[in-house]
Design a protein around this ligand. Structure first.
Ligand SMILES: Nc1nc2c(c(CN[C@H]3C=C[C@H](O)[C@@H]3O)cn2[C@@H]2O[C@H](COP(=O)(O)O)[C@@H](O)[C@H]2O)c(=O)[nH]1
Length: 363
């Protein structure tokens, strides 16, 4: 099964997560109105302060690095505060800390986007690139050892198979998203694969694989190095932030048991630990990778966005003159990016909806 088929399969069987079909139609109207009001498009990608502005091979290097490490930023119970990075007077959390770390390293002339550097640098050099602005107050980036190991493995593969640059892998795909993902899985394997067993079947999410394609496509506005003739085959990216937005907008419903577990887990991690020993995770709280709860949250999120995209396209097709967006400008990537940016901007309003905290290199 591919990602879309996996999502439909999961949504058809999910016991703890439900797509609220009654709410879908109203949500599609609201989303279309909001996205149309700002003419939300791929151009938004480059507008983010910490995203690169040039559309060239060095930006492809930047995107590969970001989407190799684009996972698991949530803070777990600790004697120190969550990982934050300050740059140009702004303090960043979550995904944006990764972008800030890269920006900071490049300004210090550390070649952090160079695969040759990932292979040759000392552990100390790589670790120093992912430190908080205030190490006395904050933890370092979550899973730092794992991230460094992934950099070294991916760097070795890029040097061996692609002359040290991901753009050479991108060119081999000849403007096909599916072909690029096949090449990446063939060469990088579990560094990007993202699947689980559910209902006796192997279901795939391929979250970082798909967002790698989507970030290149959006950054280049679908042209040149970012042209993908089959971009519409890419789905929403099954992370832990967009599900929160989907629940907030009433598009997804969790059972009371699942919501209670997520809330308990969240309050456990939000409480500062008195001592390092006090951070032993209460295993019964953990939603481990591959647990039905995790699979159903991720699968139903993908499928809900598929249904939303179909409804939004239908509305535009009925009355194109009413909207600034054309039906062919709406796809799961654009809806995902919009929902993710909304979730990031409205963290306070969404704070009562817990995220699911599964430590994972996949999202
Ligand atoms: N579905 C989806 N997941 C996304 C992104 C992004 C950032 N994309 C940027 C590029 C274009 C967009 O407009 C965004 O500006 C990160 N993530 C995931 O979120 C989680 C981090 O959350 P928090 O801890 O709150 O920062 C983590 O799993 C990370 O992998 C996205 O776009 N979609």
């Amino acid at each position: 099964m591919d990602v879309r088929e996996s999502a439909a399969f999961i949504a058809g069987r999910a016991a703890s997560v439900r797509i609220n079909h009654e709410r879908l139609s109203a949500a599609a109207d609201a989303l279309l109105g909001a996205m149309s009001a700002v003419a939300f498009s791929t151009a938004e990608w480059s507008k983010h302060t910490l995203h690169p502005k040039t559309k060239d091979e060095s930006t492809v290097d930047w995107i590969f690095l970001i989407d190799l490490l684009n996972f698991s930023f949530w803070h777990e119970r600790s004697t120190r505060q969550r990982f934050t990075v300050e740059i140009d007077g702004e303090t960043y959390k979550g995904y944006w800390t990764l972008c800030a770390c890269i920006q900071r390293a490049l300004r210090q002339d550390i070649p952090i986007t160079s695969p040759a550097f990932w292979v040759s640098a000392s552990d100390e050099q790589l670790r120093s690139a992912f430190q908080p602005t205030d190490p006395a107050l904050c933890d370092e980036i979550p899973m730092l050892d794992t991230r460094i190991d992934m950099l070294r493995r991916a760097g070795a593969i890029l040097v061996k198979d692609f002359c040290g640059r991901f753009v050479n892998c991108l060119r081999q795909a000849e403007h096909s998203a599916q072909r690029l993902m096949e090449i990446v899985v063939r060469h990088f394997g579990d560094l990007f694969e993202d699947a689980a067993e559910y209902g006796g079947r192997r279901v795939v999410f391929s979250k970082r694989l798909q967002i790698l394609v989507a970030d290149i496509w959006a950054c280049f506005n679908g042209e040149g190095l970012g042209r993908f003739d089959d971009i519409s085959t890419i789905t929403m990216f099954a992370d832990y932030r967009v599900p929160q937005a989907l629940v907030y907008f009433g598009i997804l419903d969790y059972t009371p048991e699942l919501m209670d577990l997520l809330r308990k887990h969240e309050s456990y991690h939000d409480q500062p630990a008195a001592t390092p020993a006090d951070t032993v995770e209460n295993a019964s709280n953990m939603i481990t990778g591959g647990h039905p709860y995790e699979v159903e949250i991720r699968g139903c999120s993908i499928w809900a966005v598929e249904l939303l995209v179909a409804m939004i396209r239908e509305r535009i097709a009925k009355d194109p003159s009413k909207y600034t967006l054309r039906a062919d400008q709406i796809n799961p990537i654009i809806v995902d990016f919009y929902l993710w940016d909304e979730a990031y901007k409205n963290q306070a309003a969404m704070a009562h909806i817990p995220i699911h905290r599964t430590r994972s290199i996949y999202y």
